[in-house]
Design a protein around this ligand. Sequence first.
Ligand code: NAP
Length: 242
Amino acid sequence: MKAALVTGGSRGIGRAICLKLAAMGYYVLINYKSNQQEAENTLNQIKQNGGDGGLLQFDVAIRDEIKNLLGSWIATHPDDTIEVLINNAGIRDDSLMAFMSEEQWDGVIRTNLEGFYFVTRLVLDGMLLNRYGRIINIVSLSGIKGLPGQVNYSAAKAGVIGATKALSQEVGRSQITVNAVAPGFIRTDMTENLDEKELKKQIPVNRFGTAEEVASAVAFLASKEASYITGQVISVNGGLYS
Ligand code: NAP
């Protein structure tokens, strides 16, 4: 069985990625933090489209949970390789630096940056043994440009961009590619409190993007066709920043 693991697959961009990877024939492991109902909803949609998958609950900000839950899935499925890893789970907790609490800093760094390390560290061994893999990290415009009010989030996403470039150079010989996709403003729960009418004036295509538009870029990078693309950051932002 060839599996794909999508962290934060219960909603938004992660759900759209799960559906695309299932359509490519992958058994999709849908990770989520707490929203089991939405995770089941993703799985049902996969099954309705003729695909298959399973749920894998763990908090990417808690290293022991990752080790116990993801680690035991890997240990109990020795013949099932995770060929594709999408590090998508993320949160934002915005505040100007002058008011940012230690909790806001820690929470965003742990989820968006440290989660990348602990999940990838576990999945990478199998990819190296298999001599094939696709790792795609969902970052953000914020990690490229920096956005005011998001010092924590910009730092975390920029950190993942650096890690993407470094890791791609370590594992290229094993036919493992490592890339990042940087969305701009995408309509999901994460952006529901933003003023699209006002913000879209800055976006050349004059609208927020959809989760499916991000998932399409991810699916391409996850495909065999993208075998010579590694260490890259692909922006999906309607021309907002280049
Ligand atoms: P969303 O709609 O808020 O969904 C977040 C997903 O991540 C949910 O599935 C959630 O699980 C999961 N999650 C959050 N914290 C987690 C944790 N500690 N452990 C495991 N899963 C966790 O977010 P989204 O807009 O789809 O964003 C997806 C990714 O794209 C994030 O990395 C985000 O930073 C990035 N991004 C989004 C935008 C945008 O405009 N939306 C722009 C740039 C980058 P539960 O359902 O269990 O809570």
